[in-house]
Ligand binder design. Sequence first.
Ligand code: 5GP
Length: 113
Amino acid sequence: MTETLFSKIIDREIPADIVYEDELCLAFRDINPQAPVHILLIPKQPIVKIADATESDQSLLGHLLLKAGEIAREQGYADAFRLVVNNGEEAGQTVFHLHIHILAGREFSWPAG
Ligand code: 5GP
């Protein structure tokens, strides 16, 4: 996988407002927030997009979802938050390193836009 903005954030080559880190993942505030809380949660392992994940990533993906819930809770939104994963350019993905958007702090409509 080629280097992306997010691998540069993992490597501290570009700055980010980091809110959580462990050996498997990193979470930081989105530079262009779409809600009062807008955090990106990424695996340190460079998976391009969710469709590229395999059985061997099962435990990592579970870890990310558990951490997403914990991070939302820590931000004060245990019961009302939205997780978004854009997969592929046509679905709105612009950075090709898997990331979960954690959005909270406003009302969300459905269906998503
Ligand atoms: P995508 O559209 O791929 O699902 O989401 C990419 C997200 O990365 C966007 O919400 C965008 O605002 C965010 N983003 C792009 N460049 C940077 C950056 O340099 N720093 C941070 N913190 N977020 C970024």
